[in-house]
Design a protein around this ligand. Structure first.
Ligand SMILES: *Cc1c(COP(=O)(O)O)cnc(C)c1O
Length: 379
């Protein structure tokens, strides 16, 4: 068995050189910082955390958290304990790091060792965290999550009621927040939003008094009654539109460019790509790029790349490491081996790409592969 630790966070952006890579991912840390400022402006004086789960939505949790720290952000959320441990190592002591999915049974000592805040999602988790506090002889920090109506994570109302009658329930726990999560915040007119807010009010009234947190990115745009004491945006920081029915109030953050590996011309009738799912309807100019489904571009999301304002449609199937583009819209010889075409950026936003693929921007970012040259700018 090879016990080398799995790399959860890329250690540095230059791990794959620009010359050796098939594609280049540029991440604008100054845009992430500006997005945090824009959200803070909406929040008035309310505190604004940074959600950096899934390696900062694929963009690098340690780089993103360090950039946000320079905006004064000192509360971070990850999904898994393993992510919390890696992030603590990367950003050092100080900032609060909450583990949203809760601590797996028996892992409490690891969370204590990395000074993490447990998000407590059940009575059993609360009991285990209390026992851990007893063992180390000091209070341990936690956010108590209640299920206000999403049915995913958090204490059920019955569990909260049981706790309300038990004065010793939070012995040894430093309750930093009472929190919950909205299921439909990106649909401002959805009745579930107000139902969840009212359920959250009812549940938190049964718990010890503590600062409250409900809003994700879209929740911030539902108005001040959803802001409470701490907002937890993720997507909006990364440039995903938190108000899908309206123009995007956030700055774009990522640019993804793939290298042309080869160009060619084909005759009418030529089969193109695996399965010959496409045949040239006439003579065509093609370019093959070094980018495919192994880079997180879903096979079903066949769409287009862009070069100097020209749309270059994908032809045939997406391969593991390559995609064939129709470049007939460009003057002959214009696009050459080694040139870069754009997959995400000014011509095609993350939300645009998600729309073509029948998915959401979150999935596009979180799927981004690991073999790009990553370039961090604006740091
Ligand atoms: C992912 C997540 C967030 C951030 O949500 P966005 O929609 O990306 O802003 C906030 N809170 C919880 C509990 C989450 O799971």
């Amino acid at each position: 068995m090879n016990d080398a630790p799995t790399r959860l966070l890329p250690d540095d952006g230059a791990a794959v050189s620009e010359a050796a890579a098939g594609a280049i991912l540029t991440i604008d840390l100054s845009a992430i910082r500006e997005n945090h400022r824009r959200l803070k402006a909406r929040l008035g004086g309310v505190r604004c955390a940074g959600v950096v789960k899934a390696d900062g939505y694929g963009l690098g949790a340690s780089q993103v958290a360090s950039a946000l720290a320079r905006e004064g952000c000192d509360v971070f959320f990850v999904a898994l304990l393993a992510e919390g441990i890696a992030l603590r190592k990367a950003i050092g002591a100080g900032p609060e790091i909450h583990v949203l999915n809760g601590l797996p049974p028996g892992s409490e000592p690891e969370a204590v060792a990395s000074d993490l805040c447990a998000v407590v999602n059940s009575g059993a988790q609360l009991k285990a965290w209390r026992a851990a506090a007893h063992r180390v002889g000091r209070k341990l920090p936690a956010a108590i999550q209640v299920d206000s109506g999403m049915s995913r994570l958090g204490m059920a109302p019955a569990e909260v009621e049981a706790m309300a009658g038990d004065a010793t329930a939070i012995d040894g726990i430093d309750v930093r927040y009472v929190m919950s999560h909205l299921a439909c915040a990106d649909e401002p007119d959805h009745p579930a939003n107000e139902q969840q807010r009212l359920a959250f009010e009812r549940l938190r009234a049964m718990l010890p008094e503590a600062p409250a947190s409900l809003a994700n990115s879209s929740g911030i745009f539902l108005g001040p009654s959803y802001h409470y004491d701490l907002a937890r945006p993720g997507a909006a920081l990364y440039g995903i539109n938190p108000t899908p029915a309206e123009p995007n109030p956030m700055l774009p953050v990522v640019r993804l460019q793939a290298k042309v590996a080869q160009t060619r011309c084909v005759e009418q009738g030529t089969g193109i790509g695996y399965g010959h799912t496409h045949h040239a309807e006439g003579p065509l100019s093609l370019a093959t790029i070094s980018f495919g489904y192994a880079d997180g571009w879903l096979r079903r999301s066949a769409s287009a790349a862009w070069f100097e304002g020209a749309r270059l449609p994908f032809l045939g199937r997406v391969s593991m490491d390559s995609i064939i583009l129709d470049i007939s819209a460009l003057p002959p010889g214009k696009l050459r081996e080694g040139d870069l075409v754009e997959l995400l950026g000014p011509s095609q936003s993350v939300d645009d790409a998600a729309g073509h693929a029948g998915t959401i921007g979150y999935e596009i970012l979180a799927s981004l592969g690991t073999r790009f040259h990553r370039r961090y700018v604006g740091g």
